[in-house]
Design a protein around this ligand. Structure first.
Ligand SMILES: [Zn+2]
Length: 413
């Protein structure tokens, strides 16, 4: 059966390689294609490209390729080794696969494209890949992408923490706020977690940082101060995190008041936790009306809520002087409110105020509603990858989906 030429063409095998034999194992759904090469006078050294003599062959290896006619197709070959005067004995680069992979580059490229669009479970099922194989493909793709990343200056960055497994442990993420991609992921949310990021930057990249959006979190603040020149003028405690502090304070008021009311048989605050955090404009008209009754009531929670909303009005100011005036007036109201959580948050905001108004009223993305743009994408990563058995897989998946990386294997480019 002269199918060698046919398979050579289907698989795109080029000289000096040729199809030596094809073994159809159709009963198990597999096609095994054995490759050999013609004798060449010279083989290029993989390090320097110099013409070298053939030294020997490594034992036979296998690579899973794209299926042919729905059959799993596996290439077999003995990789030749060249002997370079300068670099010694090295396995030569094979045109169909990257050195460490058990898949051909085309197969990996397909798996990567599918993983961008569907869950790991779905891709694993369709391509008949194990979790380990899926994670291996993603890990190699991320490694390639990071090696290819240029040392661009990123002017505005965001630092964010992300809980892994519901608050049992944390990751620190550094985001490029201009291009909306994740630049760096590290374990924990300590100063050392963020310190590692600066080490990946050139001096030019560090001096090119104009603004760092983040939460009022001392370990991060210390890290920025130690590594970024004139940090105090560049740190921005962003709107998202300020809103979160205010929202948490409102919730503390609500929980305490709910307990008191409930003891007296008043259930008005039950199940309203998220209503106080939402924007009323986004509520359905029916709920908006119900909520209006609550927030116009004499409840302490309603007063705390009004304080939160008034504080957030700060972000409507374009000019610094009226913004400062608004804040002074708000702070006076908050500290006289007799609502302990609101008094505490007012003190925190006052102490941090110079870094809240950094870049206020400008087009800086640090002043956007949620400067950590990849946040929603990371939720999606969590959702599509429930098979994470360890945190490292989660980190790779974040970089894979949110890193803006060039992931394709070299041989397919
Ligand atoms: Zn060499």
């Amino acid at each position: 059966m002269q199918d060698h030429e046919l398979y050579r063409r289907i698989l795109g095998i080029q000289a000096p390689w040729f199809v030596d034999s094809v073994d159809l194992r159709l009963e198990v759904g597999e096609i095994h294609v054995h490759l050999r090469h013609h004798d060449l006078i010279h083989w290029p050294c993989p390090e320097c490209g110099a013409d070298c003599k053939l030294y020997d062959h490594q034992p036979e290896r296998q690579w899973r390729h794209l299926d042919t006619c729905q059959y799993q197709t596996i290439l077999h070959a003995e990789p030749p080794r060249s002997e370079c005067r300068e670099h010694g004995v090295k396995a030569i680069k094979l045109p169909w696969a990257e050195p460490s992979s058990r898949f051909t580059a085309l197969f990996e490229a397909l798996a990567i494209e599918w993983l961008k669009a569907a869950s790991q479970k779905a891709v694993g099922g369709l391509l008949k890949l194990s979790w380990d194989e899926i994670h291996g493909i993603m890990e190699r793709a991320v490694k390639r992408g990071l090696e290819r990343r240029q040392a661009d200056v990123v002017g505005e960055i965001g630092v964010d923490e992300k809980a892994f497994r519901k608050g049992h442990s944390y990751l620190t993420l550094v985001n490029d706020l201009i291009r909306g991609r994740v630049l760096y992921v590290a374990e924990d949310r300590k100063q050392s977690s963020l310190d590692g990021f600066w080490e990946t930057l050139t001096a030019e990249q560090i001096s090119g940082i104009r603004a760092v959006a983040m939460d009022m979190w001392d370990p991060y603040i210390e890290s920025v101060r130690e590594h970024v020149p004139e940090a105090d003028g560049k740190i921005v405690f962003d709107k998202f995190h300020v809103a979160k502090h205010l929202g948490d304070a409102v919730d503390r008021v609500r929980r305490k008041e709910h307990k008191t009311l409930k003891a007296a048989g008043d259930d008005r605050l039950a199940g309203t936790r998220y209503d106080w955090l939402r924007n009323p404009a986004s509520m359905e008209p029916k709920y908006r009306k119900e909520f209006a009754e609550l927030r116009n009531s004499e409840l302490k929670t309603a007063r705390a809520w009004a304080l939160k909303e008034t504080a957030m009005a700060l972000y409507e100011y374009v000019y610094e002087r009226p913004a400062r005036k608004h804040f002074r007036w708000w702070h006076g109201w908050a500290v006289r409110s007799r609502l302990q959580p609101m008094i505490e948050v007012a003190r925190t905001l006052k102490r941090r105020f110079e870094n809240i108004i950094t870049y206020l009223g400008t087009a800086s993305p640090t002043q956007a509603a949620n400067p950590s743009m990849p946040r929603s994408k990371i939720q999606w990563v969590k959702y599509t990858a429930r098979g994470f058995r360890n945190r490292q897989n989660f980190v790779h998946a974040i970089c894979f989906h949110c890193g803006g990386l060039d992931l394709a294997p070299q041989a397919t480019k």
